[in-house]
Design a protein. Structure first.
Length: 131
């Protein structure tokens, strides 16, 4: 696997497309931070680290609309790839869906959303867009 973040996003995208309640993903520090951000912003119900396997994994409970059963995550888009890194500064921070979505940014102060990065006045690598 050359791009573990793309694998993380693809597993969530595929599981929500077919209507799975949960998805299990191999754990890493970066993936745990992404899961934390998705949970804080309301795109997933919950997440937890499952120990006991040779490598730990993250179990993510996906969120759906109660009546229409549509997934809360409409689109997960990888922006910066290992072959083409995409960086931004505070002045050129991306706006996802005119402010309704989030851009996940890896900064020198940790992984955060575009709005949090603007407040802290830091730029960094644009990991993905979520809406």
């Amino acid at each position: 696997m050359t791009d573990p973040i793309a694998d993380f996003l693809t597993r969530i995208r595929n599981a929500s497309a077919v209507g799975h309640k949960t998805v299990e993903i191999p754990a890493s520090k970066m993936k745990l931070e992404l899961a934390r951000i998705l949970h804080e912003k309301g795109y997933i119900l919950a997440y937890k680290v499952v120990e006991g396997t040779p490598s730990n994994s993250i179990k993510i409970a996906l969120k759906y609309h109660p009546e229409t059963k549509r997934p809360a995550i409409k689109k997960l888009q990888r922006v910066s790839t290992p072959g083409l890194r995409q960086y931004t500064d505070v002045e050129n921070m991306p706006r996802v869906l005119n402010g309704l979505g989030i851009a996940v940014i890896s900064t020198s102060k940790g992984i955060m959303t575009d709005k949090e990065a603007k407040v802290q006045n830091v730029g960094g690598e644009v990991i993905c867009y979520v809406y």
